[in-house]
Ligand binder design. Structure first.
Ligand code: NAP
Length: 226
């Protein structure tokens, strides 16, 4: 299968690129913002036109590139808020805009968006990240409702904590390595499920805790992390 992956310089993208290549897939990885800034609509357009010109159109696209900046720690930063949305949401939409028409013509294709359980509730220390992941998830699920019948599937992966550069919390058995995500994504390429939660226990807990108010959740979290 021809698979395009964004954000392969590190973490989940890098592990996924390596794992899927070992399984025999034909991978094109966009290493990071220095190789191609996914938030730059024109640059993404040029990149995709080059793919088309070389007759390399992906069967699946893993929209993994993302950032989690501090946007409120030293006062609200509108610039960081906008940048988060431009990369985490706009970066995915730029590829969908470019590659969806080809997939619809062909009658097959698969976009996978990497969202987060952070999407389920606000975070007092980071305003834009959870909001961007909520937006990404809802956009992907909307696309799926609209296009799946025409052969193009959209999957949303709600990840819990994964041990990468981005994760700053405590390491434990409940925080898998990015290789675990790569294996899950490989299965998802076959199943094309609309929504996936990974890893099981932390994401199940996050879903159950959505029934509590934000303040009660914070108190439970503080107690669990003591
Ligand atoms: N780790 C977790 O706990 C966790 C949990 C839930 C969801 N996620 C999501 O999983 C995805 C991968 O994150 P990760 O944990 O593997 O973190 P990571 O190691 O920081 O990887 C993020 C990747 O995105 C790339 N990137 C960032 N901005 C970009 C831009 N403008 N254009 C192109 N590439 C860009 C980065 O490369 P450069 O730095 O070189 O630009 C890097 O390769 C993200 O979408 C993240 O939100 C992670």
């Amino acid at each position: 299968m021809k698979i395009l992956i964004t954000g392969t310089r590190s973490g989940i993208g890098k592990a996924t690129e390596q794992y899927l290549a070992k399984q025999g897939h034909d991978i094109r990885g966009i290493t990071g913002h220095k190789a191609l800034d996914v938030s730059d609509r024109q640059a993404v357009g040029t990149y995709c036109r080059n793919l088309r010109a070389t007759n390399w159109l992906p069967d699946a696209v893993i929209l993994n590139a993302g950032i989690f900046p501090d946007d409120v720690g030293s006062g609200f930063s509108r610039a960081n808020f906008d940048k988060t949305f431009a990369i985490n949401v706009g970066g995915a939409i730029n590829f969908i805009e470019e590659l969806l028409p080809d997939m619809l013509t062909r009658g097959s294709g698969h976009f996978i968006g990497i969202a987060s359980t952070a999407a389920f509730r606000p975070n007092a220390l980071a305003i834009s990240y959870p909001a961007s992941k909520a937006a990404l998830g809802l956009a992907m699920r909307g696309f799926d409702l609209h296009y799946r019948d025409r052969g193009v599937a959209f999957s949303t992966v709600y990840l819990g904590p994964i041990a990468t550069e981005m994760y700053e919390g405590k390491k434990s058995t409940f925080v898998p390595n990015p290789e675990g995500v790569a294996i899950m994504l490989c299965k998802l390429l076959a199943s094309k499920k609309t929504v996936v939660y990974y890893p099981f226990f932390p994401t199940m807990l996050s879903r159950v805790l959505t029934h509590f108010s934000d303040n009660t959740y914070l108190a439970i979290r503080k107690y669990l992390l003591k």
